[in-house]
Write a protein that binds this ligand. Structure first.
Ligand code: AMP
Ligand code: MG
Length: 418
């Protein structure tokens, strides 16, 4: 008798790979085009809406890179050291001085404009002053040394920041260096967040003995905020199809994305899937990812919905790998693929082929000084301590069947995930 694998029909069809599922959703969502203008201090984490071409060169004028002494290239000592009379003193912020006198050197400070004709600067550490107060410059310095020519960093007119760039402090610094005061950014993505489950109580409310406090909602909202979203906290929906369905339908119009946690497994009390089907359409609801297999994606009144699993670790991992790229796509942000860093495994692990797995690990220095990762000793997807105590995730691709100590594995530090 032919045997069908448990996986084949038990959940209604084959599982989709993470890349396939994310590709499906990110290519189909319509990026938000509404803009707003924000001051530089409020721009961190926002998505730039338009390209920015350099309105001025950086640096804006040729200047000294060091505290030292400026000379003409024609006067550079060639074979032996040479004493130069001092003429002129140029501080940072001072206006252009008279041209440098041939055969002379001018005292100059870091960031000060180069006097006309001077092309090279000696570091003050490399010179000495002789008895008659002349500056003795050593031979062999490269012409142009220690000078920052205008535009060497960014020439005027060059596109320096691209539309879709998620702004980090360094991008804000660049905008400020251009003298910009406000930036056009994509409006914040509006996300409705629900938890589902009769066993959940909100922190601050009474908790029955059979209940636990809802932790996922606060984790997910914090991650969404880090992605620059405007979050609607919609509390906890009960495990009941009609109330779930009306709760989801009600918020669809006013949000760009609906995010739920819990209730997407196959138990009789997992009602999210049926609720989505009753008020919208389900695109998929299983993904080849561990922890996290049940992940629902659907559309309600044109608004995408992602239903994450209830176990906190599964919820965290699937947020990072499914919700994050979706939010970036909705904001029209340039893709920011997570690139695992190769490190040495110091653990053994067995894995099923065909699904992607994420292992919670500690990052340590091995005895030889090389970075290595060790596995959190327990497996459960409900262990919040496993996320709190470890440093990141090891990504094991679909084709991998196991890990042996000494093998190179890809490590994703938590700090780089959001
Ligand atoms: P579910 O996906 O609804 O079957 O839930 C799986 C497990 O995760 C159960 O033990 C739930 O109690 C737990 N869980 C579900 N939602 C949350 C939440 N919002 N916060 C903490 N734990 C949760
Ligand atoms: Mg549940």
């Amino acid at each position: 008798m032919a045997q069908l694998s448990d996986d084949c029909f038990a959940f209604g069809g084959p599982m989709m790979s993470v890349d396939e599922a994310v590709g499906l959703i990110t290519t189909r969502v319509n990026a938000i085009v509404d803009l707003e203008t924000v001051g530089l201090v409020d721009a961190d984490g926002r998505v730039l809406a338009r390209d920015i071409a350099a309105p001025l060169p950086l640096p804006p004028f040729t200047n000294s890179a060091v505290d030292g002494y400026a000379v003409r290239n024609a006067d550079l000592p060639q074979a032996a050291e040479q004493a130069f009379p001092l003429h002129g003193r140029i501080q940072a912020g001072s206006l252009a001085q008279a041209p440098i006198k041939p055969g002379h050197t001018a005292r100059i400070f870091t960031g000060a404009p180069m006097p006309l004709g001077a092309e090279t600067v000696f570091m003050q550490e490399d010179v000495r002053i002789d008895d008659s107060g002349r500056i003795v410059l050593p031979p062999g310095l490269k012409p142009g040394a220690n000078v920052r020519p205008a535009g060497e960093d960014i020439p005027k007119g060059q596109v320096a920041l691209r539309a879709g760039q998620r702004l980090r402090p360094q991008h804000i610094a660049l905008a400020a260096a251009f003298g910009l005061v406000r930036l056009d950014v994509v409006r914040r993505i509006r996300v409705a967040v629900f938890s589902t489950g009769d066993e959940l109580a909100s922190p601050g409310e009474p908790r029955a003995t059979s209940q636990l406090f809802d932790s996922n909602r606060f984790m997910l909202m914090a991650m969404l905020r880090r992605l620059g979203c405007e979050v609607s906290d919609l509390g906890i929906l009960r495990d009941e199809r009609t109330s779930l369905a009306s709760g989801l339908k009600e918020v669809a119009g006013a949000h760009d994305l609906i995010l739920t946690t819990g209730g997407v497994s196959t138990g009789e009390e997992d009602h999210v899937k049926a609720a989505v089907e009753s008020v919208g359409s389900l695109v998929l609801w299983r993904m080849a990812i561990k922890p996290g297999r049940p992940v629902a994606m659907g559309i309600i009144g044109g608004t995408p919905l992602i239903g994450l699993p209830g176990n906190p670790v599964a919820s965290f991992v699937t947020f990072v790998h499914v919700v994050r790229p979706t939010v970036l796509a909705l904001a029209g942000a340039l893709p920011e693929p997570l690139v695992p860093i190769p490190v040495r495994a110091a653990f053994t692990y067995r894995k099923k082929e065909g699904r992607r797995e994420y292992v919670r690990v500690f990052l340590r220095k091995g005895q030889d000084g090389a970075l290595e990762v060790t596995k959190f000793p327990r497996e459960g997807a409900g262990l919040l301590s496993s996320l709190v105590e470890t440093d990141g995730l090891v990504e094991l691709g679909e084709a991998v069947t196991g890990v042996e100590p000494g093998q190179s594995v890809g490590f994703l530090p938590y700090a780089g995930l959001i």
